[in-house]
Ligand binder design. Structure first.
Ligand code: NDP
Length: 244
């Protein structure tokens, strides 16, 4: 049987495109009341047309004050998926201050901040909660041109563990999913070069990239009561890349 999230309130960040959008749709279809947070209004408008129950929240997560106000007013939530991120690939020697700051703001700082706001509300309302942070195989392997991205995802894995430790007593679980390459907009921008993608696929024991649904299914599992005793863990959705 499919997982049910009937009556649960969920916040999904980066829900305009790609993995986050698919998570928002899947949660909504499974009965959750979903707030979809993203940056581009047109994406949220098309998502609300596709899935009329979804509540759009248009926001740039790099803006700390706007995030505080908007996320604070939107809650409370029992489920949180921190999915929004940027992948600005540059050779280490050419990393720019702008790319570094944007990546740290969106991939790391906003996850901490949104999670703080949502977890405080969970605790205030006395509800158990589940948080899934979308990390990457890049958190645990060095990849060329990924100095900033790898660093933010590695920090995200450890942030998630400390959150799991401190929020566990409040019955809030925190886990990560760590996908290999997925051909979303982000994946296409960075992995369309056939030589580069073939070299990556050669390192994946299952011999292929992940599909959006592979990642969505793992996120839903970690949000659901089927993973009730799992916290502080990272679920690889990498076709075996990290053991190869
Ligand atoms: P996409 O780029 O396809 O989608 C990302 C979504 O996040 C977009 O809707 C984007 O909105 C939104 N977003 C980005 N920055 C902000 C911001 N500052 N404020 C609000 N929303 C924002 O990415 P994916 O779906 O591929 O990636 C989702 C997650 O999966 C990310 O955490 C990524 O690191 C991770 N991941 C992806 C892999 C891949 O190969 N695709 C592999 C491993 C992990 P907008 O376009 O309007 O900026």
């Amino acid at each position: 049987p499919h997982l049910s999230f009937r009556g649960r309130r969920a916040l999904v960040t980066g829900a305009g495109k790609g993995i986050g959008r698919a998570v928002a749709v899947a949660l909504s279809k499974a009965g959750a009341r979903v707030t979809a947070l993203s940056r581009t209004a047109a994406d949220l408008e098309s998502l609300a047309r596709e899935c009329p129950g979804i509540e759009p929240l248009c926001l740039d997560l790099a803006d700390w004050d706007a995030t505080e106000a908007a996320v604070g007013a939107a809650g409370p939530f029992e489920l949180l998926v921190n999915n929004a991120a940027v992948a600005l690939l540059q050779p280490f020697l050419e990393v720019t201050r702008a790319a570094l700051e944007r990546s740290l703001d969106v991939n790391l700082r906003a996850v901490l901040h949104v999670s703080q706001i949502v977890a405080r509300q969970m605790i205030a309302h006395g509800v158990p909660g589940a948080i899934v942070n979308v990390s990457s195989q890049a958190s645990q392997r060095a990849l060329r041109d990924h100095a900033v991205y790898c660093s933010t995802k590695s920090a995200l894995d450890m942030l998630s563990k400390v959150m799991a430790m401190e929020l566990g007593p409040h019955k809030i679980r925190v886990n990560t999913v760590n996908p290999t390459v997925v051909m979303t907009d982000m994946g296409r921008i960075n992995w369309s070069d056939p030589q580069k993608s073939a070299a990556m696929i050669n390192r994946i024991p299952l011999g292929k990239f992940a599909e959006v649904d592979d990642v969505v299914n793992s996120i839903l599992f970690l949000l659901s009561d089927k993973s009730a005793m799992t916290t502080g863990s990272s679920l690889m959705v990498d076709g075996g890349f990290l053991v190869s």
